[in-house]
Design a protein around this ligand. Structure first.
Ligand SMILES: [Zn+2]
Length: 480
């Protein structure tokens, strides 16, 4: 039984009368009223009002840029799952989560794979990890010809109530199986070079570091290649490095409360700039503590946020009836996992009371459209009057000491792979499946090395369909 629910009902349930949408409509687009044509479920006027960002715009050496590559759990044309990309003016870059679909936006933003080698997972849900497969499998085919570093939670320690078994559900075990899951892919595509000559390992190498949500320990790790040095870490410190100007990048982690023991949130500090990305979590005091433990508040606080359960249930086709299963499930999921709108306002107000409010707060993991964004901002503002926005895919935030710019990236819907990032040398190691016979026109690559002769015997001679084809003019027979 699927009751028909009007937009007015949804707004009533989310605690905001239709009138306030009309007022919001005034500020957003200058119109006098909400017209018949304006469907607030089909627009994100807050995002549309931002100034355009041109991809490839250089980043100032003292700036930090945060690009939202995925901002939802519901996959939709306007929003894929979760990922935040952080670039620093010193040239380093970090991927925080890489859920389903997000590589579409990395590609649209023309971010080369070499910029996506350090990946920090907040937890091991598919909407935060699924596109790891694409990054791993296709990184080495492009300019990601160096190891993939992955940080993520340690095991939950929760026993299975049925089998009584306690699984190893941590990041090391995840990465070991992930590596094997992709074996056919990585071998099959190793007929071309997959490692830069000056890289510390191959593009199909993985280095995984486990972060204990319980003790802050970072000593448990695993790698496909024992000669790769372990990145610098410490207690509650997932990663640190020093840049050529002597400035330190630190990526801290702290517990999140989401679904099951294990989830973590991250805080990045560099050049007196900082940002927090909560991943998914219930509202918690770890966040308030980490957002206020510096000499001033963080520059950008990115928190997840969830629509009210009533809105979730109705939007997803469930029943608005409070006893309906759709609503009960939505309430259960919120209780288990997420930060309600008013809770985010409350948390921000707690930081403000300590004189350490963030310069900008960004809500994400939220289906952003006019009939969710403005009620959410209304609910946050019950508690907090500082600068807050709601992210959607391709929102770009540029942070410097004096300003924080919010923009929307202008991208092509028809992008191809990005160009390699500039590097001193483009020399590569020999491919794993190589051919030392220099008369092979594909030398040193061995494109036919992984076929049984019984398959090759049945391949149609290219000279039969195109005498000008490369395979006809330069026939290559590995048996000869
Ligand atoms: Zn999620």
């Amino acid at each position: 039984m699927n009751e028909k629910v009007s937009r007015r009902d949804i707004l009533k349930l989310s605690g905001v009368a239709l009138g306030s949408l009309a007022v919001v409509g005034n500020t957003a687009n200058g119109s006098e009223c909400v017209t018949q044509q304006h469907d607030p479920s089909q627009e994100d006027s807050l995002f549309e009002s931002l100034k355009p960002f041109t991809i490839g715009t250089p980043l100032g050496s003292n700036e930090m840029r945060i690009s939202f590559m995925g901002t939802s759990v519901v996959q939709r044309r306007t929003q894929v799952c979760s990922s935040v990309f952080v670039e620093l003016g010193n040239g380093e870059s970090f991927v925080f989560d890489c859920g389903s679909g997000v590589t579409v936006n990395y590609s649209a933003m023309q971010i080369p794979m070499s910029k996506m080698r350090k990946i920090f997972l907040t937890h091991l849900h598919g909407d935060h990890t699924s596109d790891l497969t694409h990054i791993y499998c296709f990184g080495a085919q492009q300019d990601g010809k160096s190891p993939l570093y992955i940080w993520g939670p340690s095991p939950s320690g929760i026993p299975d109530p049925v089998t009584k078994q306690t699984y190893d559900d941590g990041t090391v075990n995840f990465c070991q199986h992930f590596r094997e899951m992709n074996r056919w892919h990585t071998e099959s595509q190793s007929f071309v070079p997959t490692q830069w000559d000056d890289a510390e390992g191959d593009g199909y190498d993985i280095f995984a570091t486990e972060l204990s949500w319980l003790t802050g320990d970072t000593s448990r790790y695993w790698s496909t290649n024992t000669s790769i040095p372990k990145p610098d870490s410490g207690k509650w410190l997932a990663y640190q490095s020093k840049d050529k100007n002597g400035k330190t990048v630190k990526i801290w982690f702290f517990p999140a409360v989401h679904d099951r023991n294990g989830s973590v949130s991250y805080k990045l500090e560099w050049n007196d700039l900082s940002m927090i990305f909560t991943g998914d979590t219930k509202p918690n005091r770890f966040l308030i503590n980490n957002a206020t433990n510096g000499t001033r508040g963080v520059d950008v606080l990115i928190s997840e946020m969830v629509v009210p359960p009533e809105v979730w249930a109705i939007k997803n086709g469930g029943s608005p009836n409070p006893t309906g299963s759709g609503l009960l499930t939505a309430r259960t999921v919120q209780e288990n996992s997420h930060t309600p709108e008013k809770a985010l306002g409350y948390i921000l107000n707690e930081t403000a009371k300590l004189g350490k409010a963030p310069r900008l707060a960004v809500a994400t993991h939220f289906q952003a459209e006019d009939d969710t964004v403005y009620p959410a901002l209304h609910n946050i503002r019950i508690w907090y009057s500082g600068d807050v926005t709601v992210a959607t895919d391709l929102m770009v935030i540029t942070v410097s000491k004096n300003s924080i710019q919010k923009q929307k990236a202008v991208v092509s819907d028809f992008s191809w792979f990005p160009l390699s990032a500039p590097r001193a040398s483009y020399k590569t190691k020999l491919p794993k499946y190589n051919d030392t016979n220099s008369s092979n026109p594909y030398y040193p690559n061995a494109p036919l090395a992984q076929f049984d002769q019984s398959l090759l015997d049945q391949v149609i001679d290219p000279c039969l369909y195109d005498p000008t084809d490369f395979g006809c003019t330069h026939p290559y027979h590995p048996s000869k």
